[in-house]
Design a protein around this ligand. Structure first.
Ligand code: C2O
Ligand code: CU
Ligand code: CU
Length: 476
């Protein structure tokens, strides 16, 4: 059957059953908030290979690793034969993976080729205000800006995205998101998959509201301001229903929830896999699990063992087949290490620390923290560099039943309590974003090592822009 014919048949069935999910099997994976996938796509599923963004090593000059990022408009074939107007770093959608080493000087030359201002924020990077991409960071159209920084923190999968006032949500939604693979001596010497695009894959998950002719416009209704912008087209690295070839043995997926507002439950149809890293680094040992939940902004690295899989298996997202895993003939690593890295134990007497509370609320009037919407002109509090505090974060949105992923810039923190109990194993490593379902209360231990004005916010980008954000100053 040729392609045109398939196209016609699919079109026909779409017309007959408008909005029906095309050719995919669903299974239930429990209740998931604010997500309904009605894939209104004309794409034949699992025919396109996963997009593997280029892994950039940069160019070392005088001991500084240099990268060029061009923030640009593009056209992207989201649906077969239909081109979507998008934004991307160095290409029509998403961005490259920057390969960085802990402690190394990095310089990124950013050129803004959009027709509106943008900024670049290094999500998860322990960085001060001057390079964080939020305050005084606007890069005007057709101008360039270079930022220099050193990431002195454990190996991790970080990401970068725009953060201009009132334009973060729309610019991320149009496609701006890239990854950082931060390595250190420990991660480089671990016996885990690390051959990029062979047994180590970046997986950026996003859902968009694409029209049947592949258009993507960012606008928010009143309901979308409350619930966040979500949509029925699920993309992995910008592609709907892609496939990858995996080795016999272990495959590492570095999964990023890059959506504006949707939580993702990720599973292998009940089969076992292992989580090896959370937002800010590797865990102390691989954790066996059957489902990983990631809220917007969160990352999780998992190891998949092909022995668990059939020749063709699927990664499921919110109960739907989302990525086809095809076993190939080659063999990779086969043994899962018993331990990974040393994650420092929390030994300090926590009672001696100051506790601050943050209450996140969505009401029909808007989104606030401690009943106050974000005000760029106002500091919510000040702290001293070098100190540690406990933050008690509460989701008070009982009525609205909204989850809120709470994110802090310039820090990697530790979750010490979730609803009065020890957090689950996969929340015991380094985190920069922590999800709170309605009614949840979470305590984190945070250490201030950067300086300047730092923000914290809900990573549902519509909530952030509507006011669920605050800022504090870290004094030297
Ligand atoms: Cu990815 Cu201010 O965040
Ligand atoms: Cu951030
Ligand atoms: Cu929120």
């Amino acid at each position: 059957m040729n392609k045109i014919l398939i196209g016609i048949i699919v079109l026909g069935s779409l017309a007959a059953t408008s909005n029906q999910v095309l050719g995919s099997t669903s299974h239930s994976s429990g209740h998931n908030h604010n997500t309904t996938f009605n894939q209104t796509s004309l794409t034949i599923e699992f025919q396109k290979p996963l997009l593997i963004p280029p892994l950039l090593k940069g160019e070392v000059k005088d001991g500084v690793r240099n990268f060029d990022l061009n923030v640009t408009k593009g056209k992207w074939e989201s649906i077969d034969g239909k081109f979507t107007e998008t934004y991307g770093y160095n290409g029509p959608i998403l961005g490259p993976v920057l390969s960085l080493k802990k402690g190394e000087k990095t310089k990124v030359n950013i050129k803004n080729s959009l027709s509106e201002e943008t900024t670049v924020h290094w999500h998860g990077g322990i960085l001060s205000q001057d390079v964080d991409g939020v305050h005084n960071a606007d890069i005007q159209p057709n101008t360039q800006k270079s930022v220099e920084f050193i990431l002195n923190q454990p190996a991790a999968t970080l990401w970068f995205h725009p953060h201009p006032m009132h334009k973060t949500a729309s610019q991320v939604y149009k496609g701006l998101a890239g990854l950082i693979y931060l390595e250190d001596d420990i991660s480089e010497n671990l016996n885990i998959p690390k051959t990029y695009g062979v047994d180590d894959f970046p997986i950026v998950i996003q859902d968009k509201k694409l029209t049947v002719d592949g258009q993507l416009t960012y606008s928010t209704t009143h309901m979308e301001k409350i619930h966040g912008k979500s949509g029925g087209s699920l993309m992995i690295n910008g592609i709907i229903s892609p496939y990858i070839d995996i080795l016999n043995g272990l495959t590492r997926l570095r999964v990023v929830n890059g959506s504006n507002a949707t939580n993702y439950d990720i599973d292998l149809d009940g089969k076992e896999f292992y989580q090896i890293a959370s937002d800010g680094g590797l865990l102390s040992s691989p954790i066996s699990m059957k489902k990983l939940t990631l809220a917007p902004g969160e990352r999780g690295e998992i190891l998949i063992d092909s022995n668990e899989l059939n020749n063709k298996s699927y990664l499921y997202i919110n109960g739907k087949q989302a990525l086809e895993l095809r076993k190939n003939k080659k063999t990779g690593l086969t043994s899962i290490p018993k331990t990974l890295v040393e994650v420092p134990e929390i030994t300090k007497n926590l009672n001696s620390l100051k506790t601050r509370t943050f209450s996140l609320k969505t009401t029909s009037k808007g989104n606030t923290i401690n009943n106050t919407p974000y005000n760029m002109e106002k500091l919510n509090f000040e702290v001293q560099k070098g100190t540690q505090e406990i933050w008690e974060i509460k989701n008070g949105s009982k009525m609205m039943d909204m989850p809120h992923p709470f994110h802090v810039h310039g820090a990697q923190f530790r979750v010490i309590e979730r609803n009065g109990k020890t957090p689950p194993l996969n929340e015991q490593g380094w985190k920069d974003t922590v999800n709170l379902n309605a009614g949840d209360s979470v305590k984190i231990l945070i250490t201030y090592t950067t300086d300047g004005i730092t923000v914290y916010h809900c990573h549902i980008l519509e909530h952030e822009e509507d006011g669920m954000m605050g800022q504090f100053q870290i004094n030297k």
